[in-house]
Design a protein around this ligand. Structure first.
Ligand code: NCD
Length: 315
């Protein structure tokens, strides 16, 4: 059985197949409309979410399957003290695949060790968020027509942002990638990520001012300051508006420098930027549905033939 806990669970060539499948789904949605008929997705969300949960559910519904789950753990037996492991053992009896988001790092891994069904990690604390990364890569690939040879700037909360950690580890597998990390000192990329880059000889810069580097970037990945992971509110208030991407700043950027953001946005991108053709963050949401459809099919071992019939294989 196959799970996705980090983007590394898929090789670069498997990712390529996944993105090709997602592109075929985008081009021929009808072909896939019944691919998961009779299959059930459980969404177990112990933390708030709009996009990830609804996108994963939409993906299953678009494939003709159905969904169940909770979006607020206080309504589930978790409030009675049930462990993640026991919850997932139970859910394995009901559903064919489960998507889980949890505030603790490693929760999805714990779930996968006892699960009878594939687990999709939809975010474990400040650690990883692989399906957001699949979304990000699919967006970059579709807009830039490549995933190699580019300078990617990541800006904002690089310490607590799990989407940042997943994206760096995924992008570091492509040739010719150079990272520019843009953050205040307190929110720098964790040491373990820097050590990984250094061990692979991947080039990176760490800077504080976006203004100084924006002209060099091919992709700018903005993030919000992760309020819920701060130990005190004062630090959050001091850092929350450290970066605000404005139309004025966008004038300095390349004509084909796309702006991505996992969303939700708070203040870090001014709404005046939304009408800039390089603002790709809402397109990104749409790509997230195609890529999650491709992921569900892959984890369930469902191959869709040209006529829409399906072949199931054991994964
Ligand atoms: C992200 C997350 O939950 O980590 N959101 C998302 O899933 N698109 C980013 C964030 O909350 O800042």
């Amino acid at each position: 059985m196959r799970h996705i806990l980090t983007p590394q669970d898929f090789s670069v060539s498997e990712l390529d197949s996944l993105f090709n499948l997602a592109a075929d789904i985008e081009a021929n949605p009808k072909k896939y409309a019944n691919a998961c008929r009779g299959k059930k997705l459980a969404t177990l969300f112990y933390e708030p979410s709009t996009r990830t949960r609804l996108s994963t559910e939409t993906a299953m519904l678009n494939l003709g399957g159905s969904t169940m789950g909770f979006s607020d753990a206080s309504n589930s037996s978790v409030s009675k003290g049930e462990s993640v492991a026991d919850t997932i053992r139970t859910v394995s009896c009901f559903a064919d695949i489960a998507a889980i988001r949890h505030p603790k790092e490693g929760a999805a891994m714990v779930a996968s060790q006892v699960s009878g069904i594939p687990i999709i990690n939809c975010g474990d604390g400040g650690h990883q968020h692989p399906t957001q990364t699949l979304t990000d890569l699919m967006t970059i690939r579709s807009l830039k027509k490549r995933l190699n040879n580019m300078t990617i700037g990541l800006c904002g909360d690089l310490k607590f942002g799990r989407t940042v950690h997943s994206l760096i580890s995924a992008m570091s597998r492509y040739d010719g990638i150079r990272f520019v990390f843009i953050s205040p000192d307190e929110l720098k990329v964790p040491d373990y990520v820097i050590e990984m880059l250094e061990s692979k000889g991947i080039l990176y810069d760490e800077v504080i001012k976006l203004d100084d580097v924006i002209t060099r970037l091919d992709v700018l990945y903005m993030t919000r300051v992760q309020r819920e992971r701060f130990f005190n509110e004062e630090d959050y208030i001091r850092l929350k508006d450290f970066y605000i991407l404005t139309r004025k700043l966008m004038r300095k950027a390349k004509n084909d420098m796309y702006v991505l953001h996992p969303l939700p946005r708070v203040n870090e991108i001014s709404v005046e930027v939304d009408s800039d053709p390089r603002a790709a963050y809402f397109q990104q949401v749409q790509y997230g549905v195609y890529v999650r459809m491709a992921l569900i099919l892959t984890l369930l071992g469902i191959h869709v033939n040209e006529d829409g019939s399906v072949t199931e294989k054991t994964v």
